[in-house]
Design a protein around this ligand. Structure first.
Ligand code: URA
Length: 239
């Protein structure tokens, strides 16, 4: 059956649909030896589809896993600066998996990786508002006024943040610890929100995505998601 090329490419697990569109536009995709056009459909059983020269295959099983990302790794498939990649932490025989969303180089914690392009897109889409919870350590004291600002909305250069939830606040010495749950995911959002209320972030760890929690997974370790995890995760995305 014919399907749009970008959909086929993401279903094969090679890359996301958006990235596939980019590749098609850049002339890196061929169908039966000729350059593919964006919007074109093909039958994967009949056509020979190549992406950057690599033959598209559909025999890798769908895999989704969670990783406890340590600091000092980037959430990307390659890096011009040669920094360590989160995929370096996974055995090669799992095949190519790509991260759903990003954690900063200096952020640790729960990261989902998958070769299921459709799931990746659904979880990452802002429309689905999958909540994310972070354990935050800041320098300074999270007083009532700062907490209220974080919860009701902080004005950042890209606009006011949506309502958020702060919980489990505690302090030790010059620092405070708390959990922050966001329903949106802008670039470096937690760090920017905390900085905007005068609390520089000293440590940041994502501990939950929707109903999926990091639990006691060790730093640098991963586990495959179970069917039940996936059902709950999809429910968190309203799917
Ligand atoms: N917010 C941040 O500031 N950084 C992350 O990595 C994730 C959320």
């Amino acid at each position: 059956m014919k399907e749009r090329l970008q959909k086929l490419i993401s279903r094969s697990g090679l890359m996301s649909r958006r990235k596939a569109e980019e590749f098609i536009r850049q002339g890196k995709v061929t169908v039966d030896g000729r350059l593919a056009l964006l919007g074109e459909s093909a039958d994967p059983e009949l056509a020979e589809i190549r992406v950057a020269g690599e033959l598209l295959r559909f025999d890798s099983p769908v895999r989704t896993l969670m990783l406890n990302k340590p600091t000092g790794y980037i959430c990307s498939m390659s890096d011009p600066r040669n920094r360590r990649l989160v995929t370096d932490l996974l055995p090669a025989d799992l095949g190519r998996l790509y991260p759903v969303g990003r954690l900063d180089y200096n952020t640790e914690g729960l990261l989902i990786l998958t070769n299921d392009g459709a799931l990746a897109q659904q979880l990452a889409h802002p429309r689905h508002h999958v909540s994310k919870t972070y354990l935050v350590k800041v320098r300074g004291s999270l007083d009532r006024s700062k907490r209220q600002q974080l919860e009701s909305g902080v004005l950042l250069e890209d606009g006011l943040t949506a309502p958020a939830k702060v919980s489990r606040v505690r302090s030790s010495g010059q620092n405070s610890w708390f959990e922050l749950t966001l329903g949106e995911g802008r670039n470096r959002q937690v760090r920017r929100m905390c900085e905007a209320v005068g609390l520089p972030v000293a440590r940041l760890k994502r501990i939950a995505i929707g109903s999926l929690t990091l639990g006691d997974l060790k730093s640098g370790a991963f586990r495959l998601l179970t069917g039940t995890d996936l059902v709950h995760l999809k429910k968190s995305a309203g799917l």
